[in-house]
Ligand binder design. Structure first.
Ligand code: CDP
Ligand code: CDP
Length: 206
C-alpha cells in the first residue's frame, strides 16, 4: 500500500505521515528533506539556488546531510522552494522517490507532488491544508521551540511566498490530485487530524 500525503508548508502533512507510518507499520519518506538538502548544498557552496546549474550539481548531495538540523530552518525551506522549481532538479530526485514508494512493503511519502507525479498509483492520497495564518502560527511555535525566533509576520510572509512559488511553477506544481481526500486541519488538533487521516485511508481501502 502506497499512501501519498501532499500539502503546503506547516499544514500538518509530516505529522500525519509519521502517524500513519506508525499505525500501518510502513516506511516513511519526507520528500521535502531532499529538496532542503539540495538547497543547503547550494548555499554552502556559495551557489545561487535560482541558477539551474548550481542547483542540479547539488543534487549529488551527501546523504549524511539529511540528518542536519539546518535543513529544518526557514532559510532552507525558502531556498528549497527555489531549487525545486527547476525541472532538472525534480527529474534528478524522481528515481529515488519512486524506488522508495515501490518497496514491497509499501510506503508513505509526504511532499507536494506525491499523488500527482511520484506515485499517481497510490492506494490512498491525502491533501492536507490549513489556513495560512494558522500554519504560520504553528511553524512560528516550532521554530521558537528550536531556539530560532523569526517574527510571526516574517514566518507568514515566507509561507505565503512559498505557497505562491510552489503552486505557480510549471514543473509538478502543488496541486490536489483529483482522487485525493482533502483534510483541512485549521480547526483540528494533531489527534483529530490523525484520526481524520486514518479514516480517509480506511475508506479508500474499502
Ligand atoms: O515542511 P514544509 O512543508 O515547510 O516544507 P517541505 O515539505 O520540507 O518542503 C520544502 C520545499 O521543498 C517546498 O516549499 C517545495 O518547494 C519543495 N518540495 C517540492 O517541491 N516537492 C516535494 N515533493 C517536497 C518539497
Ligand atoms: O509537514 P508540514 O510542514 O506540513 O507540517 P508539520 O511539521 O506536520 O506540522 C507543523 C507544526 O504544526 C508541528 O509542530 C505540528 O505539531 C503542528 N500541528 C498542529 O498543531 N496541529 C495539527 N493538526 C497538525 C500539526
Amino acid at each position: 500500500m502506497i499512501i501519498a500525503v501532499d500539502g503546503p508548508a506547516a499544514s500538518g502533512k509530516g505529522t500525519i505521515a509519521r502517524a500513519l507510518a506508525l499505525h500501518y507499520a510502513l516506511p516513511h519518506l519526507d520528500t521535502g528533506l531532499l529538496y532542503r538538502a539540495v538547497a543547503i548544498t547550494v548555499l554552502r557552496a556559495d551557489g545561487d539556488p535560482a541558477d539551474p546549474a548550481d542547483a542540479l550539481a547539488a543534487c549529488a548531495f551527501d546523504d549524511l546531510l539529511l540528518g542536519d538540523p539546518e535543513l529544518r530552518s526557514e532559510k532552507a525551506g525558502a531556498a528549497a522552494s527555489v531549487v525545486s522549481a527547476h525541472p532538472a532538479v525534480r527529474a534528478a530526485l524522481v528515481d529515488r522517490q519512486r524506488r522508495f514508494a515501490g518497496q514491497p512493503s509499501g510506503a508513505i511519502l509526504d511532499g507536494r507532488d506525491i499523488g500527482t507525479v511520484i506515485a499517481p498509483e497510490a492506494a490512498a492520497k491525502l491533501f492536507v491544508t490549513a489556513d495560512p495564518q494558522v500554519r504560520a502560527t504553528r511553524r512560528h511555535a516550532e521554530l521558537a521551540g528550536r531556539g530560532a525566533s523569526p517574527g510571526l509576520d516574517a514566518v507568514l510572509a515566507d509561507i505565503r511566498a512559498r505557497d505562491e512559488r510552489d503552486s505557480a511553477r510549471a514543473a509538478a506544481p502543488l496541486r490536489m490530485a483529483d482522487d485525493a481526500v482533502l483534510i483541512d486541519t485549521t480547526d483540528l488538533n494533531v489527534a483529530e487530524a490523525v484520526a481524520a487521516a486514518i479514516a480517509a485511508v480506511e475508506a479508500k481501502r474499502g
